[in-house]
Design a protein. Structure first.
Length: 656
């Protein structure tokens, strides 16, 4: 547990953290949220020992270990990927070096001192207690989960991009298994498969986790409490992000009513004081009300959250056929990326492109944009198609000498400067920020300038590769609303599942160098993919498979007979046969719960829109679907509890 009392931190005249009190309980998974610039990263840096607060107290039990993942790329030493991750395990790394040093001494000295042998014995015992003997296996498991291939393990770290190097930092942090994990935007550099793996890992992580993230789906899956930083203060909301949105609105409503009532009381007191201030017979009453007025503690309203909206204009409309890809293949040197793929895109379609990192998503978008040429086949753009292309490397095309407003206006298909200013405001450039030169901006700020340029270009085909990476939740919601009503065509790569579910109506998956097309939004794609995987696992399961005892034999220390080992293995197999169908049921129920929770959230988002209530038939349909989903979820939760009870009962009977 970490306890924070009266923590203060200021930047110049601005109190970023103004008397923060907070307690991080053991095993709790919480999210720290708030608009950009409110101090979330600063608070994590203070907790992680990267910054010192101006005043306040932070206390934690002795030997509490804290792991901090920064948002920006950390400086990493040279060496291979696996060496770099291993070096982050400082105590294991140093202990192994000491063991090797003593072992070398023993080789050189055939008659060693007993003290040296004692020290070696102690170090080997300590190394085992630290988990040193299985660290390589755990390290490879984590690296694989985060998307690295086995062929990557011995590659030099300098060969990887910044995003992949950040994954290696995250891998090292997870391998340390600290008491408290502080994660600042951990999903920024992950693709969907590695993001799902990280979710599962954190769901099973027994320590405390503090997450700063703009990924609402990620927060909803993982946290039980939300802490919001606002005007230097912290407000606690029990529940996940979806629950926070409801309670936040309720809390603001109550606060506004309290403020209104208080203002009325203040006005009443002042009127009395002003009216009778100079009347001798009322002097005592006037003084009483002056004291009453002085004692009033003002109700403070938080700054109004600006409701940003903007429109993306598609310019001149394209013809119906926007894109035709025919038997296209592409290779990087001798490495196959895409093989004989075909794809048609029609005006008004909004499509998600998904797949593992390295599957070829960005390559396909660059082929469509004309940055790359196919080895075979054709990419044909329809008539009047004007592409707006956004990806992380687009920041290299910015003119460093121009100001933000100059750079965007130079490319905008927009004559009204105020509209350009509004869009820049949505992307967190307000006031004099628009007159900053591009060269002084951070990487995230440059990315937002590139995104604004593309959205204002008048393109009727938007191709976007991770557009939400550098946006806070407010900016992301504004972009969602603009893309929802955009009447052009859209091809979107994003690891933000909430964003994808809301926007697209078709998903194209790149797998094994080819394309698979799924109709419906991202939720529908997940549902179909899980169904396919379950069917595949059933057909792939061999029947009558004889147990393989090689692992048990390799782990034996020779104290048990072959018959004893066989009997134990048979007992384990019998238990596994009983456990397996129950565990399969649990996994399937959990998959169904995940899908229905996503669907429920989607329905609630639709029901929250004011325009929904103008269509009586539509709102009734949504309410019915919502009720049906809730009923299904209740049945699934009941089934999940029953399955777990069966499993626990089975394990207890085996141990008796």
């Amino acid at each position: 547990m970490i306890q924070i009392r009266n923590l203060h931190y200021a930047i110049g005249e601005r109190n970023l953290l103004d008397g923060i009190d907070w307690m991080i309980h053991p095993g709790k998974h919480v999210a720290l949220i708030g608009p950009n610039g409110t101090g979330k990263t600063t608070l994590l840096k203070i907790l992680g020992g990267e910054l010192r607060s101006d005043s306040g107290e932070i206390t934690a039990p002795k030997n509490t270990t804290i792991g901090y993942l920064p948002q920006e790329e950390a400086s990493l030493k040279e060496g291979s990927l696996i060496e770099s991750v291993f070096r982050q395990q400082k105590e294991i790394y140093q202990t192994e070096k000491q063991i090797h040093h003593i072992q070398q001494k023993l080789k050189d000295n055939p008659d060693p001192e007993s003290a040296l042998l004692d020290k070696l014995g102690y170090l080997e015992h300590h190394y085992s207690a630290l988990g040193g003997y299985d660290v390589e296996h755990r390290m490879k498991t984590i690296l694989s989960g985060l998307g690295f291939r086995e062929s990557d393990f011995n590659r030099s770290l300098s060969e990887f991009s910044g995003g992949w190097r950040m994954r290696s930092v995250l891998a090292g942090l997870l391998l340390q298994n600290p008491d408290i994990l502080l994660l600042d935007e951990p999903t920024n550099h992950l693709d969907l498969p590695s993001l799902e793996w990280l979710e599962q890992y954190l769901l099973q992580f027994r320590g405390s986790v503090v997450i700063v993230s703009h990924d609402r789906f990620f927060i909803d899956r993982l946290v039980t409490d939300i802490y919001e930083l606002e005007s230097g203060r912290m407000i606690h909301y029990p529940g996940n992000y979806h629950f926070y949105e409801e309670k936040k609105a309720e809390h603001l409503g109550q606060l506004r009513k309290q403020w209104k009532d208080q203002q009325e009381e203040i006005r009443r007191l002042k009127v009395f004081i002003d009216r009778f201030r100079y009347k001798a017979t009322k002097a005592a009453q006037v003084q009483s009300r002056i004291k009453e007025l002085e004692k009033i503690k003002q109700v403070e309203l938080p700054p109004e959250r600006q409701s940003w909206t903007f429109k993306i204009k598609a310019g001149k409309s394209s013809y119906k056929d926007v894109l035709h890809i025919e038997n296209m293949s592409f290779r990087y040197q001798n490495e196959k990326v895409l093989d004989q793929i075909n794809l048609d895109l029609y005006r008004g379609e909004k499509i998600a492109l998904v797949g593992e990192n390295g599957a070829g998503k960005t390559t396909l978008t660059r082929l469509i944009n004309g940055d790359l040429k196919p080895k075979t086949g054709r990419v044909i753009l329809g008539r009047n198609v004007h592409i707006g292309y956004y990806s992380q490397h687009q920041i290299d095309a910015l003119d460093l000498k121009k100001t933000v407003i100059e750079e965007v206006c130079a490319y905008a298909d927009e004559t009204i400067t105020q509209h350009v200013r509004n869009v820049l405001g949505i992307f967190q450039f307000s006031g004099d920020d628009i007159f900053k030169q591009i060269r002084v901006l951070s990487g995230g700020e440059k990315a937002r300038v590139s995104l604004a340029k593309m959205l204002l270009s008048g393109a009727n085909l938007l191709i976007m590769d991770e557009p939400t990476n550098h946006l806070d939740i407010i900016s992301k919601e504004a972009l969602e609303q603009a893309l929802l009503v955009y009447d052009g065509t859209m091809l979107l790569i994003s690891h933000d599942r909430y964003f994808l579910t809301k926007l697209v109506h078709q998903v194209v998956e790149i797998r094994n160098h080819t394309l698979r097309i799924y109709e419906g939004n991202y939720y529908n794609y997940l549902e179909k993919r899980i169904t396919e995987e379950n069917a595949l696992s059933r057909t792939a399961r061999p029947s009558g498979l004889k147990p393989n005892h090689q692992d048990q034999i390799a782990g034996s220390i020779g104290k048990k007979t072959r018959t004893q080992r066989r009997q134990e293995a048979e007992a384990r197999d019998a238990l596994n046969r009983l456990k397996k169908p129950i565990e399969t049921d649990i996994r399937q129920i959990e998959n169904q719960i995940e899908i229905l929770e996503s669907k429920k959230q989607d329905l609630e988002m639709q029901m929250a829109r004011p325009e929904t209530y103008t269509q009586a038939g539509f709102i009734r349909q949504l309410q019915k679907e919502h009720k049906d989903v809730e009923r299904e979820l209740m049945a699934l939760y009941s089934g999940w509890e029953n399955a777990h009870e069966k499993l626990e009962s089975l394990m207890k009977s085996q141990n008796q």
